[in-house]
Design a protein around this ligand. Structure first.
Ligand code: ADP
Length: 391
């Protein structure tokens, strides 16, 4: 087991494509870190550089005590699980899992002609190694619940079972780190959720440093001890799932994490009758005393108000200065909760998520109470800084 440390790592592809831009990241021993971001943000390239499958243009990568920049993938002591599983179709599950270890075995039983005594000694050692390999395969199979599948070939397995074998092949190696590249994206939604929980349990059990790549923010949030949100080859935030959700560093992170996504309303900070307000054409919302000192410097300036769907309430018993008038466009019942899509003259779509089954009708007017203590304010622009976090 080991920590993995990236320092100012950059990757240029031919054609002047900067896939990864000066990324620094410290992954602690035994930690589960998820790299997440939209397609093309550089997450796979980052993982592949750790694996040694891509050269590093600039910077250093260290695994444990060793800088691995110039070290071949097979000598990095890492195990990678890919999206397509990459199982050998002609081998049984057992052989698929044992194969990597067999390749590493230094001593074949009769691999030289130096005479019986030498060969006999090697044979004994080979037998011990085979026992060790068998024990490791059986142990991994037991952890993953695939003992009954060891004699099967991959084509006789379901997607979920193949995925388990691919993970099993990584576990038997007892590597310093696991690298997962979108390992669940070929599975259907239900199975994906099941495997997600299994991977989490597995990590708790084997406690190996893990770097996991996905484009799915929900997968990232549920799996990671820490989540690294990337865009355009840059890390925008690296924090625990709760921090990323509750304290997004900028508008991009705030919008990327959370379903339904955060609502963004463009407007201006204005001062009226001694207080600070957020105003767009049709709404005037009082900025809470908690946020006032941070918003003061923005008086008269444009900002973006970020409201998560659960920060909008139907009970309008709070301050009138925190209320928004809207019209319901769509009601989506989800069983235990309901998503209500509304519009205002300035914003064609705002999503509100409420518990249970509210009595609301499409087309009707709806007053929404905004939890102004919990909203966020961002500087203008796609990646606008979260003003509410302070400096
Ligand atoms: P992600 O995994 O986040 O989808 P990648 O790491 O695969 O993103 O790619 C990051 C950027 O690098 C993208 O713009 C992609 O088009 C580019 N890229 C990836 N591989 C190559 C390659 N072999 N040659 C040129 N450009 C590449």
């Amino acid at each position: 087991m080991a920590e993995v440390v990236l320092t100012d790592v950059t990757k240029m592809y031919p054609g002047d494509v900067k896939a990864v831009d000066c990324v620094s990241l410290e992954i602690n021993d035994r930690e589960f870190v998820v790299l997440v971001g939209p397609s093309g943000c550089g997450k796979s390239t980052t993982l592949r550089m750790v694996a040694g499958l891509e050269d590093i243009t600039d910077g250093t990568i260290r695994i444990g005590e060793r800088v691995v920049n110039g070290i071949a993938p097979k000598d990095r002591d890492i195990a990678m699980v890919f999206q397509n599983y990459a199982l050998y179709p002609h081998m049984t599950v057992y052989k698929n899992m044992a194969f990597g270890l067999l390749l590493r075995r230094q001593h074949g039983a009769w691999d030289n002609t130096l005479g019986f005594v030498v060969a006999h000694g090697k044979w004994k050692r080979a037998r011990e190694e085979r026992r060790e390999i068998d024990a490791r395969v059986q142990e991994a199979a037991a952890i993953l619940g695939i003992q009954d599948l060891l004699h099967r070939r991959p084509r006789a397995l379901s997607g979920g079972q193949r995925q388990r074998v691919a993970v099993g092949r990584a576990i038997v190696r007892k590597p310093k780190a696991f690298l997962f590249d979108e390992p669940l994206s070929n599975l259907d939604a239900k199975l994906r959720i099941g495997m997600r929980a299994e991977l989490k349990r597995l990590h708790r059990q084997v406690q190996t440093t893990t770097i996991y790549v996905t484009h799915d923010q929900e997968e990232a949030m549920t799996l990671g001890d820490r989540v690294v949100v990337m865009k355009d080859g840059i890390i925008h935030q690296c924090a625990t799932p709760y921090d990323v959700y509750e304290r997004p560093t900028n508008r991009f992170v705030a919008g990327f994490v959370g379903t339904p996504p955060m609502n963004f309303l463009g407007g201006r900070v204005v001062r009226e009758s001694g207080g600070l307000f957020f105003a767009d054409g049709s709404n005037r919302l009082a900025i809470s005393t908690r946020h006032e000192p941070l918003l003061k410097p923005f008086e008269g300036r444009d900002v973006t108000l970020g409201i998560r769907p659960e920060m909008l309430h139907l009970q309008t018993d709070g301050s009138e200065n925190c209320r928004m008038s809207s019209q319901i466009t769509v009601v989506e019942p989800l069983g235990d909760r309901t998503d209500i899509y509304v519009s205002t003259p300035d914003h064609p779509q705002i999503i509100c998520r409420v518990e249970g089954r509210p009595r609301v009708e499409e087309g009707a007017a709806l007053a929404l109470q905004v939890d102004m203590d919990r909203v966020h304010f961002f500087e203008p622009g796609e990646d606008g800084r979260n003003i509410t976090l302070g400096d």
